[in-house]
Design a protein around this ligand. Structure first.
Ligand code: NAX
Length: 331
């Protein structure tokens, strides 16, 4: 899939954008042999800061970086991009209702949808990071009907990586030895981090996480809430929301999508539901996926117990409500 052409990435500045651009320019997103051109978009009040980021990118002399476009013009930003990382959004401010935040953000994504549809490269891959990530991605899909629905996704890889991190901390093992956790549903506190199929590499082969942790009470309560609430815990500690882990996870999301997932390993991605696992169609919902030849597929046939079923349905219910709210904001 990777060609000798330079790949173009569109993103925004801001906390995550600032952490993301050096990772992309270092080859962490698309591999160490893939040259990139970065397109960075922000709003006019941020134009000077954006230019400062461009200056820093020049100063860092990244060998893979073949060009930087820093712009406040959405058409210029979207023109010819192969990968779009959508990190721009309107933050929740004091006194704002959930509906107000939703209204601001879905309007942004409606506008970005038409620019991407008209000007991005054919087969552009899109990952929406900005919140509400699943619903912003859904709006983008609805308002960019000519972009194949398989090309529009949202980021739940950070939640997936957080779940891997919690298991490795608990077992005092390398995080790279843990695999196949699943994040189901919304990138919100109703998401369901599921370890029922997760395994750990040990000296005597792969073992189920449930067997090694041997504490179902922890796995069914504290583990789940820790992953669900991790974003809030980071804000409390850092006074800012997650940025380096979000940027790194966005690189993981695109890298696996483009270059594939290792044999026997799946990852979590927010994708357009086809009704798998009885999740309603027409939602952008996080599923376990494998990727090959630049395409993701939902892992099929995993057993879902009663505890999990309730959690899958609860987060689907929240996404249906968000969808209704988003449409009411746009009408
Ligand atoms: P920042 O507020 O630091 O950056 C947002 C950037 O978007 C700013 O530079 C702002 O000027 C720009 N922007 C605002 N409106 C725009 C528009 N119409 N067009 C272009 N740019 C626009 O937020 P940051 O901490 O970087 O977070 C970005 C988004 O990611 C937020 O919505 C945040 O909630 C979301 N997150 C999503 C995560 C995920 O896993 N999916 C995790 C981290 C993060 O919370």
């Amino acid at each position: 899939l990777i060609t000798s052409d330079d790949r173009k990435i569109v993103g925004f500045t801001g906390q995550i954008g600032y952490a993301l651009v050096p990772m992309v320019a270092r080859g962490i997103m698309l591999g160490p042999d893939q040259p990139v051109i970065l397109h960075m978009l922000d709003i006019p009040p941020a134009a000077e800061a954006l230019n400062g980021v461009k200056m820093e990118l020049v100063d860092a002399a990244f060998p893979l970086l073949k060009g930087v476009v820093a712009t406040t013009d959405v058409v210029e930003a979207c023109t010819g991009v192969n990968v779009a990382v959508m990190v721009g959004g309107f933050p929740r401010k004091e006194g704002m209702e959930r509906k107000d935040v939703m209204s601001k953000n879905v309007s942004i994504y409606k506008a970005q949808a038409s620019a991407l549809e008209k000007h991005a490269a054919p087969n552009c891959k899109v990952v929406v990071v900005a919140n509400p990530a699943n619903t912003n991605a859904l709006i983008l899909k609805e308002y960019a009907p000519s972009i194949p629905e398989k090309n529009i996704t949202c980021l739940t890889r950070l939640d997936h990586n957080r779940a891997l991190g919690q298991i490795s901390e608990r077992l005092k093992l390398q995080v790279s030895d843990v695999k196949n956790v699943i994040i189901w549903g919304n990138h919100s506190s109703t998401q369901y981090p599921d370890v029922n199929h997760a395994t750990v590499k040990t000296s005597s082969g792969e073992k189920p996480v449930r067997q090694l942790v041997a504490d179902d009470t922890w796995l069914n309560s504290e583990f789940i809430t820790t992953v669900q609430q991790r974003g809030a815990a980071i804000i409390k500690a850092r006074k800012f929301s997650s940025a380096l882990s979000a940027a790194s996870s966005a690189c993981d999301h695109i890298r696996n999508w483009v270059l594939g997932t290792p044999e026997g390993t799946w990852v979590s991605m927010g994708v357009y539901s086809d009704g798998s696992y009885n999740v309603p169609k027409g939602l952008i919902y996080s599923f376990p996926v494998t990727c090959k030849n630049g395409e993701w597929s939902i892992v099929q046939g995993l057993s879902i117990d009663e505890f999990s079923r309730k959690k899958l349905d609860l987060t689907a219910q929240e996404l249906s409500e968000e969808k209704t709210l988003a449409y009411s904001c746009l009408s």
